[in-house]
Design a protein around this ligand. Sequence first.
Ligand SMILES: [Zn+2]
Length: 149
Amino acid sequence: MSNCCATGALNAATQACPECGTVCKSVEMRTLYQQVKFPENQHITSGSYYFCPAEQCSIAYFSSAGNRIPKAHLRSYQEIRQGKLCYCFDIDTDLYLSALRVNRAESIKEFVIQRTKVGECACESRNPSGRCCLAEFKRLEKEQGKTAG
Ligand SMILES: [Zn+2]
């Protein structure tokens, strides 16, 4: 559980989302069961599932066998719509972007890195992607770096 962030990127299979075409990474069944609301969680068919991170796409999970679970059925639906960056420690994308602009982002990221190192993150269950959010932090930094020139 504590090594989710270390191994997350290595064993990722990918598949294109049937609705929006985004390249999606594989996700464990345990993440599905911890994300999907009752009673929808009673009807999940086991299989190889992928998570679509596109905010404007209605699909959360889809399987290679053709099963689909909409984002509206997830416990984290509100958070996805709000643009949550880190589900473990409740950090919003907007908040992190403003922190980047005023050079306060480093301490926020350091906090997440530290907590993650000692195994206090919960990406597998809190993050609908089942993966560590630290990659997202880096992606935002890059984007921000570009727009800042
Ligand atoms: Zn999609």
